[in-house]
Design a protein around this ligand. Structure first.
Ligand SMILES: Cc1cc2nc3c(=O)[nH]c(=O)nc-3n(C[C@H](O)[C@H](O)[C@H](O)COP(=O)(O)OP(=O)(O)OC[C@H]3O[C@@H](n4cnc5c(N)ncnc54)[C@H](O)[C@@H]3O)c2cc1C
Length: 309
């Protein structure tokens, strides 16, 4: 580590609209409940604070990681050496104007979807139950049951890592399956969405059906990051993993779910290294068995080592 954390912390502390911590353990910020400490943790309370944080980070040449609500991450046991910029509850809230909504990036997606549905706004109700924040959902182009966040997005605001602000219309963002490369190397601070109008009871019922379906099909009783792998063209990752004989496979405290083989669960205080070793075993076995190279949906943060065998 060749930066001076004390100087950066002192500059962050002077910001009136940001909370700062040092050596903060990241596990509690992730749905996996896994991950070591980060040198500096900073949570901006305004979009302007994000701009100022980026200026300080750039001047000090510190590695930067953007933490949303942590539901698609595997954070190393060694944590993240650098700044973790947390876009969470400190930067959340929304305003609704007829069919339009402006939503801060740290807002929990599910909280907002419940509000949208209660206001008769259709377009996100099938995404109910997807954990995480609005910023993470945009960055991942999150979706479920044929609905993706892309389809209701009008524009996305934030800052590029170089500190320049942006306000990008949807057609300027290259949304794709579980990715939006134009939003990489950027901090999303808010987004505008436009919905269709539908009867509130109809929307509520649709949402309840989806939530019940998720509870039936997904192993929600253990910490996880959801599907570890993207859907390979022409296949389902879970089915390939199951057919390769890896259902229930376990390394340390990490286990391939018996209910949904696309999920790797933290069943007993798993280390990130356990989950990672299981990811590598799945990738190798599926490649050898079917010639299919699985593409990871989960984002690995920090250092991971491949162990032989
Ligand atoms: C039980 C379970 C079920 C799931 N089901 C689904 C599903 O049905 N469909 C689906 O698409 N996903 C699903 N997921 C995965 C996950 O919920 C989504 O990917 C979610 O949108 C991630 O949002 P997050 O805020 O948690 O992002 P994080 O996990 O914190 O981060 C994910 C990526 O986004 C970046 N990021 C986060 N916030 C910002 C920001 N403000 N600005 C810039 N970059 C940012 C991070 O740096 C990282 O690269 C599931 C996860 C779990 C645990």
């Amino acid at each position: 580590m060749n930066f001076d954390p004390a100087s950066v912390v002192s500059q962050f502390t002077k910001l009136a609209d940001a909370e700062v911590k040092t050596d903060e353990i990241l596990a509690p910020y992730t749905s996996y409940q896994i991950g070591g400490p980060t040198t500096i943790w900073v949570a901006p309370e305004t979009a302007e604070a994000v701009g100022r944080i980026l200026e300080i980070v750039n001047a000090a040449h510190i590695p930067l990681f953007i933490l949303g609500r942590g539901s698609n991450l595997l954070v190393s046991d060694k944590g993240w050496q650098g700044v973790t910029l947390y876009v969470g509850e400190n930067l959340s809230g929304w305003t609704i104007d007829d069919r339009d909504a402006s939503v801060l990036a740290g807002t929990l997606l599910t909280d907002f979807i419940h509000i949208a549905v209660a206001n008769g706004l259709a377009g996100m109700e099938l995404m109910a139950g997807i954990p995480g924040g609005v910023g993470g959902a945009l960055r991942m182009n999150a979706g479920a049951f044929g609905q993706e966040i892309e389809s209701v997005t009008v524009s996305v605001k934030g800052f590029r890592f170089d500190g320049s602000p942006f306000d990008a219309a949807r057609n300027e963002i290259d949304f794709d399956y579980r990715r939006a490369p134009a939003l990489e190397n950027a901090v999303i601070t808010s987004a505008c969405f436009r919905f269709n109008r539908e009867q509130i009871p109809v929307l509520k019922q649709r949402m309840q059906e989806i939530l019940a379906l998720r509870a039936r099909k997904q192993p929600l009783e253990y910490p996880s990051c959801g599907s570890v792998f993207k859907r390979p063209p022409g296949y389902y990752a879970g089915a390939l993993i199951e057919e390769a004989g890896l259902k229930g496979e376990r390394i340390g405290g990490a286990m391939v779910s018996e209910k949904h083989s696309g999920f790797i669960l933290n069943v007993d205080n798993a280390a990130a290294a356990d989950v990672y070793a299981l990811i590598r075993r799945i990738e190798d076995t599926v490649l050898k068995s079917f010639g299919v190279r699985l593409d990871r949906e989960v984002k690995l943060i920090g250092e991971f080592e491949d162990t032989p065998g």
